[in-house]
Design a protein around this ligand. Structure first.
Ligand code: NAD
Length: 296
């Protein structure tokens, strides 16, 4: 069993670290929040007072932080992972961050003699707790192979997407599709309501026709056709509109930097920004249908 340093023990990192503990690993954790560290301690983890303490003696370090600036500070800042961990430590960043920062930090890790992968996840807090996350991994083949046994303790589907930053690229491209398709499906239901076409009828037809997609068949934004979708529980998340907005903004940032044309992505980001700005950031992202109906 390995010694693992875990930085960022929040809503996602907390249960991910708990699953590594359950698998028998020794986990040394650090977080700025006392609520997060107390929960980690209850799960059997060793709470450390600094990043350096958490990564000392660790063969593997996992980070699960809010955004690129936190990742850069935790890795490359004073007293950060790159100046504290032993050479050859395997570094796994599972935060969802911008591709440019992911590549910059991976290059700094390589220069410090460490191997790093970006391994953002989908599956939310439920998936983190159940150990069924999907990991999208960017980094060298050997690092992917070395990380896989650890990722398998926290997730079910582990995919290698290519070199450094490609895990983040896969995550934001997927969520670009998702953000746009949820608005498309919601628009279709709103139009159907105006035209007197039943929700269930539209679902039965579109779900077996060319309109079929995940936003319709798994996460249907109206109550009824898919009983497990958040629409059936007043749009409690799930995956919040604020999280969708974050990922759509990351996609737009990457599109601008790389010269990709993503007009629907830009529009989707704008629509989610208005929805979140009106106080609905913590509503499930499929609640965007309310915004399209003019309800919020
Ligand atoms: P969170 O805010 O609950 O957790 C982040 C943790 O990082 C907090 O406990 C915070 O105190 C800690 N932190 C921040 N700066 C730190 C520092 N310098 N040193 C140590 N700890 C620090 O967020 P979360 O929901 O766990 O999300 C984490 C990441 O996972 C984000 O990038 C998010 O986009 C991504 N993600 C979240 C979900 C979800 O459903 N929550 C799903 C997929 C991906």
């Amino acid at each position: 069993m390995a010694t693992i340093g875990f930085i960022g023990l929040g809503n996602m990192g907390g249960p991910m670290a708990a699953n590594l503990l359950k698998a028998g690993h020794r986990v040394r954790g650090f977080d700025l929040s006392e609520v997060a560290t107390a929960r980690f301690q209850d799960a059997g983890g060793t709470v450390c007072g600094t990043i350096a303490e958490a990564v000392s003696g660790a063969e593997v370090v996992v980070t699960m932080l809010p955004a690129g600036r936190h990742v850069e500070a935790v890795y490359a800042g004073e007293g950060g992972i790159l100046s504290s961990a032993a050479p050859e430590t395997l570094l796994i960043d599972s935060s969802t961050i911008d591709v440019a920062t992911a590549r910059k930090v991976a290059a700094a890790a390589e220069a410090a003699g460490m191997t790093m992968i970006d391994a953002p996840v989908s599956g939310g807090v439920g998936g983190a707790t159940a150990g069924t996350l999907t990991f999208m991994v960017g980094g060298p083949e050997a690092a992917f192979a070395a990380a896989k046994p650890y990722l398998e303790k926290m997730g079910r589907t582990i995919v290698h997407a290519g070199g450094p930053g490609n895990g983040q690229a896969a995550k934001i491209c997927n969520n670009l599709i998702l953000g746009i398709s949820m608005i498309g499906v919601s628009e279709a239901f709103v139009l159907a309501e105006k035209l007197g076409l039943d929700h269930q009828k539209l679902f039965d037809i579109a779900s077996t026709a060319s309109g079929q997609c995940w936003s319709l068949t798994t996460y249907c934004p109206v109550p009824g056709p898919v009983p497990s979708s958040p629409a059936n529980r007043d749009y409690q998340p799930g995956f919040t509109a604020a999280m969708m907005l974050k990922d759509l903004k990351l996609a737009q940032e990457a599109a601008n930097a790389s010269g990709a044309t993503t007009p629907l992505g830009a529009e989707a980001a704008q629509i989610y920004s208005l929805f979140a700005g009106a106080g609905h950031g913590e509503v499930d992202f499929s609640g965007i249908i309310r915004f399209l109906r003019g309800q919020g």
